[in-house]
Write a protein that binds this ligand. Sequence first.
Ligand code: 4AD
Ligand code: MG
Length: 468
Amino acid sequence: MKHTKIIELLKSTNLPAGQAGFDKEVTVNGWVRSRRGGKSVAFIAVNDGSTIHTIQVVADIAKFGEENLKEVTTGACISATGKLVKSQGQGQAVEIQAEKISVLGAANPETYPLQKKGHSLEFLRDIAHLRPRTNTFGAILRLRNHISFAIHKFFNDRGYFYIHTPIITGSDAEGAGEMFHVTNFDLEKIPRTPEGKIDFEKDFFGKQTNLTVSGQLESELGAMGIGLAYTFGPTFRAENSNTPRHLAEFWMIEPEMAFHDINDNMDVAESMLKFVISYVLELCKDDLSFLCEHYDKELLNRLNIVVNATFKRITYTEAIDLLEKSGKKFEFPVSWGIDMQREHETFLVEHFNVPVIVTNYPKDIKAFYMKQNNDGKTVRGMDVLFPYVGEIIGGSQREEIYDKLYQRMKEMNIPEKELWWYLETRKFGTCPHSGFGLGLERLVLFITGMTNVRDVIPFPRTPKNAEF
Ligand code: 4AD
Ligand code: MG
């Protein structure tokens, strides 16, 4: 269908009247956001998703006949052809003087749920199939796209290779046991062994499998051959955390880099985050301004602060010290060895007023693969803590010494049978390497100023919710 995107039509605004773009016949296809006017003219605001802005289609009612315009109501999909002219009215620079309007899909005003402006975000979650048609969600979807693209661009420009790691796996990369099973057993008739255990040998893959919680381990295998690898895919966690920051299905970006130590790792994480935020600040001005104006007046400010900040780097021990000396009464008491809670992370970020990277965590609260320090107590892990969202990245230098890794796996009951291949990279041509995982939704949350991850992924999966 020949038509011009609204984003292109609105660019004609910059041209003087009578010049290219103006007085040309154009066709616009899109959804009616509103219809105003009286008996003689109808002003129809149309949006096609290419931009947050609408274009005004002006229809002479006498010319079309009232009857022929009766289905031009909020929510209907129309195709309008006419001359693009300088607008007579206030609020827009150009408009279309309609010659022809066809309704591609009507939307009964009695039942169309998006009638008025200003629906709550909670209400929109229940109609996630229609929320892409709102200004807010349109802005979020466009931003999410540009953020994803900027991430690929950051890595591609620096010689990283995108590696597609498996979604179905037999291992538990984080060792936390929060996995969704994958099976094609008839659940009413699960085969059992003579001992009464589930007979996974009879299952589709001949072994127990699950949806991956992280692409890291396979991303590491890539890095040990192509040097700089990253994976960007969906990950799944059956953790029953009903919080505004947790999803059961979320997208993770996991670079894995040979010949990078923990400091190099922090450098990459910091420059990637700044690159992505600068990229959308430049490219997505209209969408960001809309979100700033309607949801969070501090949004643009916060984004600029992060782009210009030098992230504060402190050790876990220093962080605990600070928390203890703060004199603040935390809900979760602070002592060396605790897994920091949201309130502790918030304190640290507010204290320094820039993103904070915490390193050298106690080994007992971190995964088996992290590089062990010589003190026997800590590992070379790193968490990047952001204002507003808390932990946005988790990563580490990896343990590259076979014996140390093997011993840690034994201590933590990580089944060698499932990870023999991971161990082999340490047996053959091992090297120092590092990597991290960025939670895409946490970054989109930060950039859009939304307060719930359910509002930054098209169709959220959370406990008791897998609609759409
Ligand atoms: O800290 P996590 O669990 O680290 C890993 O999975 C490592 N394998 C990453 C690596 O080193 N390659 O998760 C990494 C990030 C978190 O910092 C957070 O941003 C996000 O993933 N994340 C979640 N986002 C939404 N919902 C959840 N349930 C999340 N769990 C983690
Ligand atoms: Mg983490």
